[in-house]
Write a protein that binds this ligand. Structure first.
Ligand SMILES: *Cc1c(COP(=O)(O)O)cnc(C)c1O
Length: 397
């Protein structure tokens, strides 16, 4: 039997063959430690890391010194939030974030709260967007950091980064954004968007797992960070640990390809997503979660009335790899905190399905998947027929 069609690109993506090819030499013959300064092996590795750092910086409008390599976006978020909180203690202990953030932002904030920091977690509107007036009102003199993600990992909603950046800079507050889902998919520029700290990861854009970066602004303002990993003083003392050249090279290549092919790919993937959505709308009682247009091209997140989300995923599992809510919390039986933040009832939050469409999906796959979903939903509904269920629009969004 063939493998399920992969539509879970918000959880992770396969490594692009072109990316893999750039990585391979650095596992074997060019295996040196970039910190070795006394021989060719070290110099080769150092040169590869330098080129990758330059490429990544260029892709986001930064300079190479502003890139700190990490093990991924989780670590980058921890370094940004805990590192800034610790470095700016004399300014204050107040941090602002948003209900729909990834747990890799919310949990470091909750941890800081347990240490005596004050955290404001702003709600979002029914379409998933942050209300800028609410953000402005929440900023105080002792606010150190505002953390708002670029693209949501469940509903794909894109927050207005440039407007948030402008507001933060006017208010003399640092702006951090978790751009794990956004890099290589939407244009990102730390200058025009006035971003001070930005978390990145490779494995959501056809790069390897276990590598990412934190962008740390060096001028206007120069961002201070307290290191969270101490050791050999790598990355200008901001993140110790031997650099991992194959992963770093692959990360930079994945970002380069993502940025280079963004325009055509976004258009193609958006068409696939819209095709799938159009077909699925033949089902009654189906709701789109998140803003209809202000979202990642490859994201489709739906709530389907009258089906149990787990039963739906189980029914689809031999044919389609999708998820409900976020993969990171799928062991958790709580309904998604993101869907609840949109005001979805727990029932509709449970009955959700997230499609993440990516580089190798095709129109035929969309048609086939739509049929499987429609079939599975109809069969699940028929087994619960006779219950008091009707589709008179339980919720309107
Ligand atoms: C995947 C993801 C993360 C975690 O990134 P890792 O590199 O896997 O640690 C953080 N934030 C968002 C929005 C994500 O999608």
């Amino acid at each position: 039997m063939s493998r399920p069609i992969y539509l879970d690109c918000h959880a992770t993506t396969p490594v692009d063959e072109r990316v893999l090819r750039t990585m391979l030499p650095y596992f074997t013959e060019q295996f040196g430690n970039p910190a070795s300064v006394t021989h060719l092996y070290g110099w080769e590795a150092e040169a590869a890391v330098k080129r990758a750092r330059e490429g990544l910086a260029e892709a986001i409008g930064a300079v190479p010194e502003e890139i700190v390599f990490t093990s991924g976006a989780t670590e980058a978020n921890n370094l940004a939030i805990k590192g800034a909180a610790e470095a700016y203690l004399s300014k204050g202990r107040h941090i602002i974030t948003v209900e729909t953030e990834h747990n890799a932002v919310l949990d470091p904030c909750r941890y800081l709260q347990s240490l005596g920091f004050e955290i404001t977690i702003l709600p979002v509107q029914a379409d998933g967007l942050l209300d800028l007036d609410q953000l402005e009102k929440a900023i105080r003199l002792d606010t150190v950091l505002v953390s708002v993600m670029a693209a949501n990992n469940e509903i794909g909603v894109l927050q207005p980064l440039a407007a948030i950046g402008a507001l933060c800079h006017r208010s003399n507050v640092l702006f951090h954004t978790d751009a794990a889902q956004a890099i290589g998919k939407i244009p990102l520029n730390v200058q025009t968007m006035q971003i001070d700290l930005m978390s990145l990861t490779a494995h959501k854009i056809y790069g390897p797992k276990g590598i990412g970066a934190l962008y740390v602004r060096r001028r206007n303002p120069r961002v201070q960070l307290a290191a969270q990993l101490h050791g050999g003083g790598h990355e200008r003392g901001r993140r110790s640990g031997t650099l991992y050249p194959p992963q770093i090279v692959g990360f930079a290549e994945a970002v380069r390809l993502g940025v280079r092919e963004m325009e055509a790919e976004s258009k193609r993937i958006r068409q696939l997503r819209d095709r799938l959505w159009q077909k699925l709308q033949t089902l009654e009682g189906i709701h789109l979660n998140g803003h209809p247009t202000q979202r990642l091209p490859g994201n489709l997140n739906l709530s389907i009335e009258g089906v149990d989300g787990q039963a739906l995923l189980l029914g689809l599992q031999p044919f389609v790899a999708v998820s409900s809510g976020s993969a990171c919390t799928s062991a958790n039986i709580e309904p998604s905190h993101v869907l609840q933040a949109l005001g979805r009832s727990p029932d509709l939050a449970y009955a959700s399905i997230r499609f993440g469409i990516g580089r190798w999906n095709t129109p035929d796959e969309m048609d086939w998947v739509a049929e499987r979903v429609i079939e599975t939903v109809r069969s699940l509904r028929s087994t619960t027929a006779g219950s008091s269920f009707n589709f008179s629009g339980i919720e309107s969004l």
